[in-house]
Design a binder for this molecule. Sequence first.
Ligand SMILES: Cc1cc2nc3c(=O)[nH]c(=O)nc-3n(C[C@H](O)[C@H](O)[C@H](O)COP(=O)(O)OP(=O)(O)OC[C@H]3O[C@@H](n4cnc5c(N)ncnc54)[C@H](O)[C@@H]3O)c2cc1C
Length: 440
Amino acid sequence: MPNPRSAITALQQTLELSQDAAGQSLAASRRRQGHVVRDGEMAERENSRSAAPGVSPVGAASDGPCGAGEPMGPDTRGMNMLKALVIGGGIHGVASALLLSKKGLGVTLLEKKEDLLCGVSGATHGRAHIGYHYPRSIETALECQQGLRYFQEYYPKALVYPSTGLYAIAKEESKTTVGGFKEFCRAMGLPILRPAYCAMEDGLLCMERLSACFTCFETVYDVQWMRARLWRELAEQHVRVETESEVAVVHKDDRFTLITKELQRHEADIVVNATYTETNRILKFFGQPLIPYRLQTTEVVMVLGPDQFRDLPSMTILDGPFCSILPQPREQGMYLAYHVLHSVVTEESGFFYSPPTPKVSNWPEIQEGLAVFFPFAEDLTKVRSLWGSRPIPQDVEGDSRQTRVMSHSRGLYSILEGKFISAFTAAEKVWKLIQEQWFF
Ligand SMILES: Cc1cc2nc3c(=O)[nH]c(=O)nc-3n(C[C@H](O)[C@H](O)[C@H](O)COP(=O)(O)OP(=O)(O)OC[C@H]3O[C@@H](n4cnc5c(N)ncnc54)[C@H](O)[C@@H]3O)c2cc1C
């Protein structure tokens, strides 16, 4: 077998050579979307933000998508009288808490676990989606691009090398063709390169099972970094955060009264339900109609690569019941493995998610699935499982994974499903609904 290390070096060289072209293409794509970025602007922003820790990027006036500097807007005077409770300290709850606080509301964030981003937000694949993954749902791809722009602008340090990877199209059972993928990428302004380097010869991919392989430009996000950064921002924004606080009872008079299992009582005018798989439990407390879901238990497996693969690129097989392997940020030689079928450990239709006990790992099946496309799969060593859950609304068909935001009644909002990367754009949607109902 050829030497994989030299293969990876060759790939890196190919990628480095092509970075300029891709950078230009991305910049062109951003310009098309009306997002002009001057050379060095990102670095400058990052430096200035690190130099001024008291300045929170979220909602800085006239400075970004969450900015308070809209030219004409509703009369929001008096909103500092309003109290908001955000239930759920995942990425979506934190993003909403930060934005509402920045907009002037008094905000309390309640999380039942002992830390933030410890639910599904801490058990994802870490892909900073830019669209490649959704060739059958342009809306989802667009939402990812919008969400990613926010991270690029305000949390560039959360986005970690490698910024390039391989997307390959399976020969059989793929729902996307090579031509279809290329056309989709062109339409979305997503750069792709047909690598001159052939991954098969070097033991990275079983090319006989693939129709084509492209170099794409997509990074991963670092949840640990985000957790530390968001704690700091919450403190700067004076958001009151209560961990180990599980909402258990709700009353509604003029305002909402929420009581936690720990018997803490909270009053609020506005409640944001950001509990993801637990959404219906909260809706039930409020007497709201429930949302029928397909509720899944998911397993992403953290693995150690074999010695000769210390720097694998991220690799994704499209588009169907296949697999992918992505680098674990800042931990050389560690990867996150996922299989579209075998990583779904349980699935039930219904309203309320109950995790299986005990959780039995599907690693043998996942590894077998990986081996179909990655010749080195049998040399991967499982380190641990990241257990998550996923609510897929029963009315969603196909590949769409958009983040929905719902207003149930005046003052009660839910953030449903969605992506990690779209959290800040979802928070803006919540704010828009609040503005419409309270200030116009
Ligand atoms: C296997 C898998 C892989 C994924 N990969 C990616 C990816 O690569 N990229 C991407 O962008 N997205 C990915 N996603 C989607 C992403 O994980 C979710 O969109 C996002 O993390 C959901 O965040 P959240 O804040 O809504 O939910 P969570 O992170 O689950 O937060 C909800 C919080 O609510 C708390 N809570 C629940 N009930 C209560 C209560 N009664 N009182 C107080 N607190 C409560 C929970 O403890 C939890 O912390 C993936 C999802 C899965 C399942």
